[in-house]
Design a protein around this ligand. Structure first.
Ligand code: NOJ
Length: 590
């Protein structure tokens, strides 16, 4: 990586409110993560080798060849560490071991070895904001007296009111309900309260405590020593809380996973001049010195490693602070994810993303789906608002027709995979999977569902185990004959199964495979985007490294350049008479 000093480009992410430094450092380089396509494996729903209904590490190892055939550069694995699974593994009880549900450390090493042999890098999930309440650090904290070093690992506070029976402040959990839980002292009397921004089984660590910081430096080294290529950092905007923990009431419309700040529209959030209020638990300036220290740890290791921030921070110019040259390498672009299927919104978000990240020399990332959001084959065609994290049920308003949703999703993916930077895809989207909206209530497992007493469905609908084989029990998710699946799979998924789509022209799997091969062939990930005027308001049209991309987000067909046919590289739908139908996208040789 080279680091150059560039002229101060005005109001940019390089502005440093928390320090006196204002120099804009621009880093450029050829590291793999700048342009990689990274496939998210959600281990519990990917492939189950032992038939217990939960996917596992040997299952992943056995299926890695199919990801190599798809053409991904890296995988990111959601947590598989020891956990009581109250939040599907995002409640970690031992950061340096594998939960028996998923296998053993030896299974992890075998998976990593196989991935590397196939040329696939491996990123693991690190959850630093909170531990599980089963973690020995928390158990020791509960057993220790108030004011002890053990309690100082977490955010314990006295309650308010004469008997201390009111929570220390008014903060709410992202999953619903209060963000504080009162403990009972060893002698049975009511004790202090502890903060949990998520479930009550996920107590927040106190990152002002140097002891906590040191533990995580050791955890980073543990996985780096095993050979991982990087970390996806959970809640990377939440580690530091404002001093004094002041009351805070989020504006109406906020409340997404980690709090899209105020729930504004993406075209507004793409506005670099906007400075929405900062909640006292998100995006505090103090988080950055933590990531600088992590950056230094990664530098101790040979090769290019990556830290990717899961930081729901808006606008993008502010998010870019997470990827300054001495901090993280990537941050998920949730403003892009939250854009609708609208040419104007997408143009705005794409422009702002590229320029905001460029001011700090970082690539933009792109993402349409993950394990926390409604799958984009459903989301992009919803006709009613669905705040992120609420999920969908059978009675949710605005549910789209499956075919219409898939059509938009394929077009949107064709746009995303043509953009310069790094793209994340979520397991199952390459099969065109929709959100499962009709899970029985008693099958739901997301803490959001329980903490809101069913008012929010939560995220189970995008987490259903994926189908590999038509006609097989569990669609081949589990071993032959196994019928166990931790969430029930719909009865009509044969057509989505991987083996129904492999090598089939026009299938979503064939589309993704072609897009990834062409993206690599034309080096689109390291290219430059140039907008093409003249196609109309509802059309996204740009050139990148000799490939012209045209997507029709409107309602009437769009004429393609006269020199067609003969130059089509790939299209999300069959092309009509030199016209691009609504909700279709095409890549042409420029
Ligand atoms: C973000 C993760 O993606 C989500 O699944 C989890 O529930 C929260 N962080 C809490 O760890």
């Amino acid at each position: 990586m080279t680091i150059e000093t560039s002229p101060e480009p005005g109001a940019t992410a390089a502005d440093e409110p928390e320090t006196e430094t204002t120099t804009a450092l621009v880093a450029t380089g050829s590291e793999w993560w700048r342009s990689a396509v990274i496939y998210q494996i959600y281990p519990r729903s990917f492939a189950d080798s032992d038939g217990d209904g939960v996917g596992d590490l040997p299952g992943i190892t056995a299926r890695l060849d199919s990801l190599a055939a798809l053409g991904v550069d890296a995988v990111w694995l959601s947590p598989f560490m020891t956990s009581p699974q109250h939040d599907a593994g995002y409640d970690v009880a031992d950061y340096c071991d594998v939960d028996p549900l998923f296998g053993t450390l030896d299974d992890f090493d075998r998976m990593l070895g196989r991935a590397h042999a196939l040329g696939i890098r491996v990123i693991v999930d690190l959850v630093p904001n909170h531990t599980s309440w089963d973690h020995v650090w928390f158990k020791e904290a509960l057993a220790a007296p108030e004011g002890s070093p053990e309690r100082a690992r977490y955010m314990f506070r006295d309650g308010k009111g004469p008997n201390g029976d009111e929570a220390p402040n008014n903060w709410e959990s992202v999953f619903g309900g209060p963000a504080w839980e009162r403990v009972t002292n060893p002698d049975g009397t009511p004790g202090q309260w502890y903060l949990h921004l998520f479930d009550r089984s996920q107590p927040d660590l106190d990152w002002e405590n140097p002891w906590v910081r040191q533990q995580f430096l050791d955890i980073l080294r543990f996985w780096l020593d095993r050979g991982v290529d990087g970390f996806r950092v959970d809640v990377a905007h939440g580690l530091i809380k404002e001093a004094g923990l002041p009351d805070y009431t989020p504006p109406e419309g906020g409340g997404s996973m980690g709090g899209g700040v105020v729930g504004l529209e993406p075209e507004i959030l793409a506005d670099a001049t906007l400075d929405p209020p900062t909640p006292p638990y998100w995006a505090q300036d103090g988080v950055h010195e933590i990531y600088r220290s992590w950056h230094a740890v990664l530098e101790e290791y040979e090769g290019d490693r990556v830290l990717c921030a899961e930081a729901w921070v808006e606008p993008l110019t502010k998010l870019a602070r997470w990827v300054r040259p001495d901090e993280m390498q990537q941050a998920f672009n949730f403003t892009y994810l939250e854009a609708g299927w609208s040419a104007a919104q997408l143009r705005g978000v794409i422009d702002t993303s590229i320029s905001a990240f460029a001011t700090v020399g970082a690539p933009s990332t792109w993402v349409l789906s993950n394990h926390d959001v409604v799958r984009h084959a459903t989301r992009l065609a919803l006709t009613a608002e669905n705040p992120q994290g609420d999920g969908l049920g059978p009675d949710s308003p605005g549910l789209p027709d499956r075919a219409a949703g898939l059509r938009r999703a394929r077009a949107a993916t064709a746009v995303m995979l043509a953009l310069p930077g790094s793209a994340y895809i979520y397991q199952g989207e390459e099969l065109g999977l929709p959100e499962v909206v009709d899970l029985p209530d008693d099958a739901r497992q997301d803490p959001t569902w329980f903490r809101t007493h069913g008012a929010r469905y939560g995220r189970d609908g995008c987490r259903v185990p994926i189908p590999w084989q038509a006609g097989a029990t569990t669609y081949g998710f589990g071993p032959a004959g196994s019928t166990a699946s931790w969430l029930p799979q719909p009865g009509d998924w044969d057509a989505y199964a991987r083996d129904s789509q492999e090598g089939v022209p026009g299938s979503t799997l064939s589309l993704y495979t072609a897009l990834l091969a062409l993206r690599s062939q034309y080096a689109l990930g390291t290219g430059t985007l140039e907008w093409l005027p003249g196609y109309g308001e509802d059309v996204i049209a740009f050139r990148n490294n000799g490939v012209v991309v045209i997507a029709n987000a409107g309602t009437t067909p769009v004429e393609l350049p006269a020199e067609l046919p003969g130059q089509v590289l790939v299209a999300s739908e069959d092309l009509g008479e030199a016209a691009l139908a609504p909700d279709a996208a095409v890549w042409l040789l420029a």
